[in-house]
Design a protein around this ligand. Structure first.
Ligand SMILES: *[C@@H]1O[C@H](CO)[C@@H](O)[C@H](O)[C@H]1NC(C)=O
Ligand SMILES: *[C@@H]1O[C@H](CO)[C@@H](O)[C@H](O)[C@H]1NC(C)=O
Length: 276
């Protein structure tokens, strides 16, 4: 090979390699999300959305099973998102998903992060209590105790609809209990908590939720800037389907404080024990 040819060849190879790398760099990595949260009651509907490139030709959804990942759905491209609808979710749909897409010129994209779809309402709900009380002074410790009569060996604790912790259960009386300890509470702990039970062998199949518990932190001089309160469980406040955002710029800390307290009294389901 003449030096000139090898230089040309190398130039060609290098250029080609370079172009391919730039192409891959240009394909956005897809992200997968569940439209209305990844906790879905049995019989409910959920839409998984895979977001990637506007030039995607096909979107693919994969699920992890006993023998690895397999493709379970594919939809044609439209927009920069692929949509996978589940109209009536059953326990078989629970599990871990990921997505990818096929680009017209660059082939397959990278894989998204995985998403765990949890199906709830598959066994009786646990109960949730706060020790020493669901109203505690700022800086004090509180323990949320989730208890069930069932065979659940794990509990998941959710705050305002988001899972925040999981705990292994221990025998307690004729049932099983897990304690979630929160030292030195601050206003960020204010919120509506629920717990769910599940079994070690099926971590995506959960019980019905416990009744909601509103944790209130008293003795605050001010509330944190714009925080969320989940009032979806309040039958009286039916106009609030979503967590209510208390804006940081509402009139004064005292007004916000009284608004929250009022909501607590309005919500028999969320009120602390002994106030019903
Ligand atoms: C899911 O959320 C969308 C809005 O983001 C809403 O229009 C739709 O009704 C919700 N679906 C269910 C099943 O709750
Ligand atoms: C709160 O818990 C901590 C341990 O994390 C303990 O040292 C402290 O004494 C507790 N405070 C109160 C008031 O019980």
């Amino acid at each position: 090979m003449t030096p000139a040819l090898s230089v040309l060849l190398c130039l060609g190879l290098c250029l080609c390699k370079r172009t391919r790398t730039q192409a891959a760099d240009r394909l956005p990595r897809p992200s997968l999300r569940a439209e209305n949260g990844s906790l879905v009651p049995h019989g409910g509907a959920v839409t998984l959305r895979c977001r990637g490139s506007w030039e995607a030709e096909e979107w693919r959804l994969e699920k992890r099973g006993g023998s690895g990942w397999s493709q379970i759905k594919a939809v044609r491209g439209a927009g920069n998102e692929g949509e996978f609808s589940f109209l009536y979710v059953i326990s078989h749909d629970a599990g871990t998903y990921r997505c990818l897409y096929r680009h017209s010129s660059y082939g397959l994209s990278e894989l998204s992060d995985s998403l765990e779809l949890v199906v709830t309402d598959l066994s009786a709900p646990p109960s949730l209590a706060a020790e020493p009380s669901s109203e505690v002074a700022s800086g004090m410790n509180v323990t949320l105790q989730c208890w069930s009569e069932g065979w659940h060996d794990w509990f998941a604790l959710c705050k305002d609809g988001e899972e925040i912790s999981r705990g292994r259960t221990g025998r307690h009386g004729w049932g099983r209990q897990a304690d979630f300890f929160f030292p030195a509470v601050t206003p960020t702990h204010i919120g509506t908590y629920r717990c769910f039970g599940f079994h070690n062998s099926s971590p995506s199949l959960w019980s019905s939720p416990s009744a909601p518990l509103l944790l209130w932190v008293s003795g605050l001089s001010s509330l944190p800037a714009g925080f969320l309160v989940d009032v979806s469980a309040c039958p009286i406040l039916t106009s609030y389907r979503k967590p209510l955002l208390i804006p940081s710029l509402s009139p004064s800390p005292a007004v916000r404080d009284s608004l929250l307290r009022e909501m607590m009294y309005l919500c028999p389901c969320g009120a602390p024990e002994g106030r019903r």
